[in-house]
Write a protein that binds this ligand. Sequence first.
Ligand code: PGA
Length: 254
Amino acid sequence: MRKRIVAGNWKMNKTADEAKSLLSEVINMIKDEVTGNVDVVLCPPALYLTTARQYITPGSNISLGAQNCHEKASGAYTGEISAPMLQSIGVAYVILGHSERRQYFGETNAQLAEKVDIVLANGLKPIFCCGESRDLRENGDYVAFVKKQITESLFHLTAEAFANVVIAYEPIWAIGTGLTASSAQAQDMHFELRQHIADQYGDSVAQDTTILYGGSANEKNAAELFAQPDVDGGLIGGASLKSREFTNVIKARQ
Ligand code: PGA
């Protein structure tokens, strides 16, 4: 059975003290209340990853994710963080290709293919984000657009390597806007993407691929989204910044 995952993407939020409070609250609530089969990935700003590690019991269902990394292993890239560095501090996942990275930092499908490679080469799992703009959703072939993001950044991988990839479908028009895709819209896209993966790697790989939904998912709509057969969990932004709400989202997935 494919993994159920709820990942919290804090983005550029929280001071150090706020981060510690949120970490201890969330981790205690998960310990006390989450009993089911769900993996939780906490993605605080990179600066807090080593702190976050101290709150996590090794071997538990909680692991750490970074929000980005550079495509090179090391070198003169001032301000950047590499996959080997993340691996060396116990990070397990790296969000790649978030629409904010694509939009504000110009990340391209080709560059993301390189990031995917270095992340996998260092034993980390990419949470690969894809999704269409509002304009494309209303006026264009958004399904083809999202499939192309996956093709160009992921389909050079062998089936064995691809098995370590988590996909996050995040329609840009739903991110941070309060506009969630309906559960039917999410299911339709997840189904299309799973089919696309099946066309490349076969049905068994596609059935084993975890596909998360992201975009204004919260404690109110999570249960309905997660009830869709192809929605395996969520990549949660705003709602991951509140311990009670984030825990409720996780509980909706277990
Ligand atoms: P949101 O963000 O839940 O605040 O819409 C999701 C994301 O960008 O990963």
